[in-house]
Design a binder for this molecule. Structure first.
Ligand SMILES: Nc1ncnc2c1ncn2[C@@H]1O[C@H](COP(=O)(O)OP(=O)(O)OP(=O)(O)O)[C@@H](O)[C@H]1O
Ligand SMILES: [Mg+2]
Length: 242
């Protein structure tokens, strides 16, 4: 830990909904400029943790520190700009690629120039001719690239990825993996990547978090997952390999 600066730190974070204690006293950190893979069984609280990290939910107790400042000190719009979120479902509004890519700005009464839109498409490996295409006519892989491009409009310093490749074929999956690594290297973006694909978690993560039933069981360099010594991680890895 000591040799990393942290983009995000959590201190004794708790979160519940209804009668369910979802995030249980989680303390840990996500190192700056690295790719951290966030793994754990279904229902562990991974997606809920993301909602806490980009302000869609608020902690019941404990603290979330983002780049040295308590998350509550960021105005909501600034926080969403700073911490981008991309989801498996890549939700789109009806209309063109351009309309969707510009959405984070148009929602705030601003405009995205066609030139910048094309640069973003280029960055994620989409042809600029697609700019006037209706999003309903895109393939799954193209939609996911567009979703990432849209998240990048605000140049987030931290990017949260929630199972963004799980519905894609292998080629599109590799495309997206290469894209994320490129973004991480080019902009030094801190990436936190939820994935059920253990091979992906091992290949792409510099660092890892293992969450189970709302508890952070272990976090550390990727070796924690590659050569696990923790019994719960050993069981998880065995289960995933079957
Ligand atoms: N809005 C909500 N109201 C009540 N319970 C919720 C809500 N959102 C999530 N939960 C519950 O919280 C727990 C954690 O859910 P979460 O979606 O964070 O898990 P996850 O680790 O992302 O799982 P998966 O790998 O299946 O996506 C689950 O038991 C889920 O049913
Ligand atoms: Mg989830």
């Amino acid at each position: 830990m000591a040799d990393f600066k942290n983009a995000i730190e959590l201190k004794n974070v708790n979160f519940s909904t209804d009668d369910l204690h979802i995030i249980k006293n989680v303390s840990g950190a996500f190192p700056e400029g690295k790719i951290t893979t966030l793994v754990g069984p279904s229902g562990a609280g991974k997606s809920t943790l993301f909602k806490l990290l980009n302000g869609l939910r608020t902690v019941d107790s404990g603290e979330i520190i983002i780049h040295g400042k308590n998350i509550n000190t960021y105005p909501p719009v600034d926080l969403r700009r700073h911490v981008g979120l991309a989801l498996q479902s890549a939700p789109m509004i009806n209309g063109t690629v351009y309309k969707n890519i510009a959405l984070p700005l148009t929602l705030n009464g601003k405009e995205l120039t066609e030139e910048t839109a094309k640069e973003l498409l280029h960055l994620v490996g989409l042809e600029e001719e697609l700019i006037q295409r209706k999003t309903k006519d895109l393939s799954g892989g193209q939609r996911q690239k567009l979703s990432i491009a849209r998240t990048l409009v605000n140049r987030p310093k931290i990017l949260l990825l929630d199972e963004i490749t799980s519905s894609l074929d292998r080629i599109s999956q590799q495309d997206i993996e290469e894209l994320i690594v490129r973004i991480n290297e080019k902009y030094e973006t801190t990436i936190i990547w939820i994935t059920h694909n253990l091979e992906q978690a091992l290949n792409l993560g510099h660092y890892t978090w293992f969450l189970k039933a709302g508890e952070l069981i272990e976090s550390g360099p990727i070796d924690v997952l590659k050569n696990p010594t923790n019994e719960e991680i050993i069981q998880f890895v065995k289960g995933e390999a079957q």
